[in-house]
Ligand binder design. Structure first.
Ligand code: ZN
Length: 232
């Protein structure tokens, strides 16, 4: 037992970890949720279904090899609590843990067998500085552990905010988002990349990322995995 383990042991003795949803103290061994709240986080079977909410929302936009999501995002649910902790309460470990967990299910997904890399949807540098991390990258790291595939966080970059977006109309804002994605480092010709994001809403962000990557890397296949899909 090293010093770090002793310290962790003492810390958990005085400050037991709490369930992220109901705030009860957690049993040793569980890291995010108590058993009861964990049961309230149903895993979607989308990873077994060739057609699901992810493939539906991205249909007709770009050639998608495989799409899946772990949970449905609804107000007041355990899923919403976890995503909020990940995005707004300095809990990057939530992304890693849930990515790792979903990755164990994706191990059986036949279309992901030839995966050559995992690419998180990038966030603006300013937002990354505020948050301290990119939540999509944390999920990607968890997935990468389970799937034994490398994460390429610099394969896509996101340009800085171009002033206030509030006065522009919706279409113009969407165009700005489209042009904010730039291809970064790496040669992924004839490869197969897994694009990863926290929540899929309209699919526009993923679409722009995929289009940028496909345009830059001939013969590239794209698959998409998100932690959650927002209910419409
Ligand atoms: Zn709980």
């Amino acid at each position: 037992m090293g010093l770090a383990d002793i310290f962790r042991g003492l810390t958990s003795l005085f400050f037991p970890s709490l369930c992220l949803h109901c705030r009860r103290s957690l049993d040793r061994g569980s890291d995010l949720l108590c058993v009861g709240c964990d049961a309230d986080l149903p895993l979607s079977d989308s990873y077994l279904q060739p057609e699901n909410a992810v493939t539906d929302r991205l249909a007709g936009r770009f050639p998608l090899t495989y799409g899946a999501y772990a949970y449905t995002f609804r107000d007041g649910t355990v899923c919403q609590r976890l995503i909020h902790a990940l995005k707004y309460h300095d809990r990057p470990d939530v992304g890693v843990a849930l990515g790792r967990r979903f990755g164990t299910y994706l191990q059986s997904a036949e279309p992901l067998r030839g995966l050559t890399g995992i690419v998180p949807v990038p966030i603006h540098r300013r937002r990354r500085r505020q948050r301290g991390y990119n939540q999509a990258e944390e999920i990607a790291c968890g997935l990468a552990e389970s799937l034994s595939v490398t994460v390429y966080p610099d394969a896509l970059q996101r340009a800085a905010f171009a002033g206030s977006q509030t006065k522009r109309d919706k279409l113009q804002r969407l165009e700005n988002v489209r042009h904010s994605f730039r291809v970064g480092r790496g040669d992924f010709r004839n490869g197969h990349l897994l694009l990863v994001d926290d929540v899929l809403t309209t699919g526009a962000t993923i679409d722009f990322c995929a289009e940028a990557l496909i345009a830059a890397h001939p013969g590239l296949q794209i698959s998409v995995v998100t932690l959650a899909v927002a209910e419409r």
